[in-house]
Design a protein around this ligand. Sequence first.
Ligand SMILES: [Fe+2]
Length: 195
Amino acid sequence: MEGSAMQEAKVKSPEDRKVLDRLLEERWLSGLWNVQAEERPLDPKTTVKPHIWKWKDVYDGLLLAREAIGIKSGTVERRNIRLVNPGLQDRKLTTHTMLFGFQLIQPGEVAPAHRHTMTAIRFVLKGKGAYTNVEGKKMIMEAGDLILTPQWTWHEHANGSAKDEAILFSMHDTPVLQAFGLYREEGQGDSHIGL
Ligand SMILES: [Fe+2]
């Protein structure tokens, strides 16, 4: 019986390592002896950089988005501006484990229902008469309140005020879910969650 290319290969000495490496590479294998020293750091390395996001920039952006970005199911579900770490520009994340953003809801608006595998922590900066509806549980949002939205629960945000805008600071564990291949998001079209 004919031997395989690997069986017939002449790999007898350290000088033949390139032959061995090529044979392995062709079979989607790799010797751990090729790991470089820089791939085995002695201390944890991160690309995340210290950064300060100025509230004025965020708020000015939200005011501009107020006119330009309409909340409508199927197009934009949330008028949210996220904080992008200069070290994670390609992924547009705030840190390697968290995604932060600010959301503005105009008087009379209802941000459509959706659910996702990320958990959300919401800190209310402004709001009078606004509420978030989490699976039928109405939670009034007033400045200083903290609201948690567990993973995979339907939720929508509404602003029942006639004149006051609502602003939320939202924190999501999106990058963690992405790392585990568990990130999912689902919308509910134009229908709303009952109260
Ligand atoms: Fe959400």
